[in-house]
Design a protein around this ligand. Structure first.
Ligand SMILES: [Cu+2]
Length: 175
């Protein structure tokens, strides 16, 4: 009985061939799936950001918990790398209390601050235009249009430095 060509191949060679086929096809499938899932053309992502407060006494101990009860709502903004980010930040305090918005290096932003108004989505007179800054401050009722380009992937905190550590959010940039 003659051996077929297939059976002449050693088991070792067959295993190597199978492994190579598996690796190459697996990588091809993985790359194509990854491309489909992650690819999205840069676009403008628009968010509305407010100050909020958690329902606890924020006076110093022992009367309160010793933390500011102020928070950002939302505390997570997720975009893709390359996106243009447009944030409408509104100080909705019912008392005369300031909040700011501060980003760490490498991120900086442009901001236009508006006075409170009953028209135009709360945008009244322009109080200030700030280019390439890392901080903007809003008084009660004021709002700001904050713009930046998400050029770096990663997780970047945005903070109100008046209410630390609780008033902290994260810009999540998917690379
Ligand atoms: Cu604050």
């Amino acid at each position: 009985m003659t051996q077929s060509g297939f059976s002449k191949l050693s088991t070792g060679k067959l295993l190597i061939a199978a492994a190579v086929i598996a690796i190459v096809s697996g990588a091809a499938v993985g790359m194509s799936v990854g491309y489909v899932i992650h690819y999205s053309a840069p676009t403008t992502r628009e968010f509305y950001l407010f100050d909020g407060s958690l329902p606890f006494n924020d006076e110093p101990r022992p009367q309160g918990f010793g933390y500011p009860h102020d928070i950002f709502v939302p505390d997570r903004i997720t975009v893709n790398k390359g996106d243009h980010v447009l944030i409408h930040y509104v100080n909705i305090e019912d008392i005369a209390e300031d909040h700011n918005f501060v980003m760490e290096s490498p991120y900086r932003f442009d901001a236009v601050v508006y006075d409170n108004a009953s028209i135009n989505s709360g945008k009244g007179a322009v109080l200030g235009t700030h280019l390439n800054v890392d901080t903007v401050v809003l008084g009660q009722g004021q709002n700001a249009t904050i713009t930046l380009t998400a050029s770096w992937a990663g997780v970047f905190p945005y903070r109100c430095t008046f209410h630390q550590p609780t008033m902290t959010g994260y810009l999540v940039v998917i690379g």
